[in-house]
Design a protein around this ligand. Structure first.
Ligand code: AMP
Ligand code: TRP
Length: 327
């Protein structure tokens, strides 16, 4: 069976872009493949974190994933730092990736230009990501376009390791969600919806109150004429609403556009569809949040399952590398 692995960082709040662009695909994929989904808390450490905040964001993100429908009986859901092999294999990956390769990562260049404190981990982050993927003999890695280069690096280091030390790792392939799953900022529809603080009015959070969702969509920037049609270049605002309406109701944006002649009804229906999509998730989240012990229990089950697979791969890698066995 095809093995799928993906990860999400526990930083900031989950927003509609994460849900429609990534997480809803995870929920669908879990039934089609042998899937592992990971809350990558070690990745969050590349920038300084407040300890209490990191702890609560990690737990909350796991609860959101469960509330969205990831079923621990079907897939393996766990927290990265609960499986210590991630950090161990990451060191081996750091020694397999070249300085030049890591220097070419565009995300490092962007982030290090903006950051006040540039940690060593921010630079070696793609080696940790390669370890995440390679530990599980992963075939497919569903990610956003921004992660393309990192998955490419994971392929390159897997191939290099295999040719130096013998067949050890499965060489993974990145997959990308269908076009149109890119949700744009409601106030600035030419940039991606994101979790940064300064775009609050343009970002719908998964846990936003229905009234807040309605307000944000009603105030969404539209385009100068009043025609409803899907045309991202000429009509970015309306096209974004159509993408959202389509993705929330399982249709293409073009299908979603049918029957609308004015912006008002389009906005009202988009708000209603988003609320209908998010409300059951919010209700389930509230139940899970009221019982953190149950989430901890489910995460322990996930970590035990993942740990077994990871241990087998790390043992193979250690042996092939020539690290002396401890017993
Ligand atoms: P991030 O929030 O950047 O950590 O991304 C987590 C996941 O959500 C990744 O798979 C991203 O590609 C996806 N994602 C983030 N923002 C958007 C967006 N605006 N539209 C669609 N997918 C997104
Ligand atoms: N780097 C990814 C991001 O920022 C998250 C991630 C970490 C990941 N490890 C992974 C994604 C392994 C896929 C596979 O979105």
């Amino acid at each position: 069976m095809t093995r799928v692995f993906s990860g999400i960082k526990p930083t900031g709040n989950v927003h509609l872009g994460n849900v429609l662009g990534a997480l809803q695909h995870w929920v669908e994929d879990q039934h089609r493949a042998d899937s592992l989904y990971c809350v990558v808390d070690l990745h969050a450490l590349t920038v300084p974190q407040d300890p209490d905040e990191l702890r609560s964001t990690t737990l909350r993100l796991a609860q959101i994933l469960l509330a969205m429908g990831l079923d621990p009986e079907v897939c393996t859901l766990f927290v990265q730092s609960h499986v210590h092999q991630h950090a161990e294999l990451a060191w081996i990956m750091e020694c397999t990736a070249s300085y030049g390769e890591l220097s070419r990562m565009t995300q490092f260049k962007d982030k290090s230009d903006k950051a006040g404190f540039v940690s060593g981990g921010l630079f070696t982050y793609p080696a940790l990501m390669a370890a995440d993927i390679l530990l599980y003999d992963t075939d497919l890695v569903p990610v956003g376009d921004d992660q393309r280069q990192h998955v490419e690096l994971a392929r390159d280091v897997a191939e290099r390791f295999n040719s130096r030390y013998g067949d050890t790792f499965v060489v993974p392939t990145a997959t990308f969600p269908a076009a149109g799953a890119r949700v744009m900022d409601l106030q600035d529809p030419t940039s991606k919806m994101s979790k940064s603080e300064d775009t609050a009015a343009g970002t719908i959070l998964l846990l936003d109150d229905p009234k807040v969702i309605e307000k944000k969509i009603k105030r969404a920037v539209t385009d100068t004429d009043s025609e409803v049609r899907f045309d991202v270049a000429a009509k970015p605002g309306v096209s974004n609403l159509l993408s959202i309406l389509g993705a929330a109701t399982g249709r293409t944006p073009e299908q979603a556009a049918e029957g609308y002649t004015q912006y008002g009804p389009l906005k009202a229906d988009t708000a209603a569809a988003v609320i209908e999509r998010l409300s059951p998730i919010q209700a389930r989240f509230a139940e899970l949040a009221a019982d953190p012990a149950e989430t901890h229990r489910l995460l322990a089950v996930g970590a035990a399952k993942a740990g077994e697979l990871a241990a087998a791969t790390l043992t193979r890698a250690r042996a092939n590398l020539g690290l002396l066995a401890a017993t």
